[in-house]
Design a protein around this ligand. Structure first.
Ligand code: COI
Length: 353
């Protein structure tokens, strides 16, 4: 159990007004905890949100020694504050830490840090439909030296951002560009880990997609560029001829918490579900045969977002007539209903802070 020292802000900041956007404003406080080889994790503290002092030689600035998680807190109609499956994030954080040679962070400490901060800043949780308090736990290497080896000094932090829907058009279907030149990850690499470098490396393809008029990139595998992997900020699902299909976790795909929740719900509803290797050609074939019924992305920030249009080479597929399909809608309503306490939580996913 962490003994967290709390220093409160002298004068709380005004809360944001109007549409929130995603990750633009931050709450009054932040959580910090240091790690050194000699002392392990120590000095857990909550203090007013503000800038950091960091050596210009800190490893994070040179070698991207960084990991992060994405989570959300919700205010229920019963006035309670809820987290959604925080243990999955804490465990995934440790998988990332292991891959990039960061120290392990005990699951209960991770959850305690997040819960303590959310509890303190609970009056920042927005309640308008589609909004939540986005939680960003992260670890950076603060070791001030340019040598390249596992970091012996790091900083774990949690910051909070009252946020609206991730996409500017809200729940409107997004358009997706299938990227067949750049790749996101290869097996044996860091594709399964939530580390900042993965996202920085994706930006060139994202810019290319935006220039062509598309919202997001659909990544193909890094070797043959034929197997579907994931979308820029989400995992991807298809409904093909009645069956729900998503790429199997193969080491280069992020094991999403929302992905896992959607698989569980679809199986619970009795839908045929397959985690499998699927090629972009198979998807194109399904579309040409009129069997591609729906496509949607899943992610913490995005929740469930339908895909209305997909461009692969010179072919443009319109999916569900460019509208939100019934499965995407049912999943969005169910996941968000469970998250904010409106629906029964039969899988025990909701955690009261
Ligand atoms: C999340 O969905 O929480 C993520 O970390 C994706 C990020 C691009 C916003």
């Amino acid at each position: 159990m962490l003994d967290i020292k709390v220093t409160k802000i002298a004068a709380p900041k005004p809360k944001p007004e109007g549409p929130l956007g995603f990750g633009k404003t931050f709450t009054d406080h932040m959580f910090l905890m240091d790690y050194t080889e000699e002392r392990g994790w120590h000095d857990p503290r909550i203090q007013p949100y503000g800038d950091l002092t960091l050596s210009p030689s800190a490893r994070v600035l040179h070698y991207s020694q960084e990991m992060f998680e994405g989570m959300k807190a919700y205010k229920g109609e019963d006035g309670k504050t809820y987290l959604f499956r925080p243990e999955m994030n804490a465990k995934r954080a440790n998988i990332t830490c292991e891959r990039i040679c960061f120290p392990q962070l005990p699951v209960e400490d991770f959850i305690q840090a997040v819960s303590a901060l959310v509890k303190l800043d609970a009056d920042w949780i927005p309640t308008q439909p589609g909004t939540s308090l986005y939680i960003r736990p992260f670890i950076i290497s603060t070791e001030a030296s340019l040598g390249l080896d596992p970091s012996k000094k790091c900083l774990f932090m949690v910051i909070l951002s009252p946020s609206g829907l991730y996409y500017k058009d809200g729940l409107e279907p997004v358009s997706i560009w299938v990227e067949d030149d750049y790749v996101r990850a290869v097996r044996g690499g860091v594709g399964f880990a939530k580390t900042g470098g993965n996202y920085a490396a994706a930006l060139a393809a994202q810019a290319k997609a935006n220039k062509a008029g598309y919202d997001q990139v659909l990544w193909l595998d890094g070797v043959e560029r034929k197997y579907i992997e994931e979308v820029g900020s989400m995992n991807i699902f298809f409904k093909i001829d009645g069956k729900v299909v998503t790429p199997a976790l193969n080491g280069s795909i992020l094991p999403g918490v929302t992905r896992d929740s959607v698989l569980t719900l679809c199986r619970d509803w009795g839908l045929p579900v397959e985690e499998q290797r699927i090629t972009i050609e198979e998807l194109a074939e399904a579309h040409r045969a009129g069997k591609l019924e729906e496509a949607f992305g899943t992610g913490t920030a995005a929740v469930i977002i339908p895909v209305g249009k997909l461009c692969y080479k010179d072919e443009v597929f319109t999916i569900s007539d460019g509208k939100t399909g019934p499965l995407s809608k049912r999943l969005y309503d169910t996941v968000t209903g469970i998250q904010c306490g409106k629906l029964e939580d039969k899988f025990g996913w909701r955690v009261t802070v």
